[in-house]
Design a protein around this ligand. Structure first.
Ligand SMILES: CC(C)(COP(=O)(O)OP(=O)(O)OC[C@H]1O[C@@H](n2cnc3c(N)ncnc32)[C@H](O)[C@@H]1OP(=O)(O)O)[C@@H](O)C(=O)NCCC(=O)NCCS
Length: 163
């Protein structure tokens, strides 16, 4: 499935409510009132649409750093699709499109993602998007009354160039 990433606009916000899936249920949260920044070097996000412009969901990213050097910063990406948009390849395509943006428009060497060890759909979508599972991050994520193990995934610039 082909998707388009574009900046989130205010009209999208009511359609991007999160928390319906078990893996993004982090309790009551105030509705988002400001669109994500689409600037790749800041924490941010973008809307995921089909080629006809229908809003399917959103991708987002935060930056983290593996040491003191600024070159060691990399984005960790996340995704949430509207229920009716799941299971048709949009999650794979959207995460691949976001990886393309980071490698084309920034100098990062690595894009990361992580997901619950039970979130088989996201694991598969990441693998189809070119990510490699790196290992288990134990007890990392507090969700729904317990600390959860996650799998860590990455795609390196060299992986992306070779694909
Ligand atoms: C996770 C999510 C982004 C994946 O996107 P998607 O568009 O549904 O996924 P895709 O259609 O691209 O691919 C899903 C793959 O997982 C497989 N899959 C789906 N559910 C599965 C399950 N329960 N067990 C095993 N495989 C499963 C699909 O068969 C497909 O693989 P295939 O193409 O080899 O058949 C989307 O389902 C979603 O938004 N879920 C709710 C929020 C969420 O979990 N976000 C991620 C938090 S880390």
């Amino acid at each position: 499935m082909d998707v388009v990433l574009r900046p989130v606009v205010a009209a999208d916000l009511p359609l991007l409510a999160v928390g319906d899936a078990p893996y993004d249920d982090f309790g009551p949260r105030a509705p988002r009132t400001e669109p994500y920044s689409p600037v790749l070097r800041e924490h941010g996000g973008m809307a995921v649409c089909d080629t006809g412009g229908l809003l399917l969901g959103s991708v987002s990213w935060i930056w983290q750093q593996w040491g003191p050097m600024p070159e060691s910063r990399n984005p960790m990406i996340g995704i949430g699709l509207r229920p009716e948009a799941r299971g048709r390849g949009a999650g794979t395509a959207a995460q691949r499109a976001l990886v393309d943006l980071f490698f084309r428009h920034t100098s990062v060497n690595r894009v990361e993602a992580c997901t619950d060890v039970e979130n088989l759909a996201e694991q598969r979508a990441l693998e189809k998007a070119g990510f490699t599972r790196e290992g288990t991050v134990r007890g990392a994520q507090w969700r729904d009354g317990a600390y959860r193990d996650c799998y860590s995934y990455s795609i390196l610039r060299a992986d992306w160039s070779a694909s």
